[in-house]
Design a protein around this ligand. Sequence first.
Ligand code: GAL
Length: 256
Amino acid sequence: MDPMSLLLQPPVFYPVVPYACTIFGGLQYGRMILIQGRVTSDAVRFQIDFQCGCSTRPRSDIAIHFNPRFSSSDAHVICNTLCRDKWLDEQKFSGFPLRRGNSFVLLFLFLADKVKVSISGQHFLDFSYRLPLRDVDTLGIYGDVSVKEVSFLSTNPYHAEMTEYPLCQPLKPGNSDLTLPLSRPLPMGLSEGQMILVRGLVTENPEEITFSLKSKNNTPFKLTASFKDNSLCYDYSMGQSWGEPQKIHTPFFVFP
Ligand code: GAL
């Protein structure tokens, strides 16, 4: 598996528009980008561009130009590709559900041959790539929009086939529900190949962090990260009565 598919890119909160940033590792099949924001109250248009570079002169190619327009009575989206400074044939998508002043959650799901876009949980459009997805390395947001958060997500990289939107929700910064100890049900259970990703910030003088999985038939798993002598070590135990901890030798990624 390409290790890039596991790379974590931190979310961006309240970026100032116009905004452009690098997409770590570029765009690949199975990546998702979630944008939470609001259309300004006097909006004419805004655009979210998935660009091949960030040059302005000459303009970088734009593999996917997603451009909501609000000036006619029929708010719509234009999608297009800019290739060597020329726009290709544009595609118009009517029935855009957003109006001036509306808040939204836009999800871009990048599949092998097309991007799927959902707006506040409802599928809205498919746009087939005309430039290779692997050339896209920059996200640009321009025009009449304010953005609260941009999240960079991956679908399960162990699952080869993926065509539908997975369940994903924006991260809520400062959400008091996330204070520890934290326990959440996994309503669909877990199956082979699934990943649980825990992202956090350790306190100033950490001692130990424990993650455990519990099930009805008592086959728990417990992982402990201990911070001793300025180093980090992991132990795990399995079974009903936790048993003797085992040292972990698999690489864990620690982002200081
Ligand atoms: C042009 C417009 C560009 C871009 C393009 C898409 O008319 O000036 O900004 O939106 O359409 O086809």
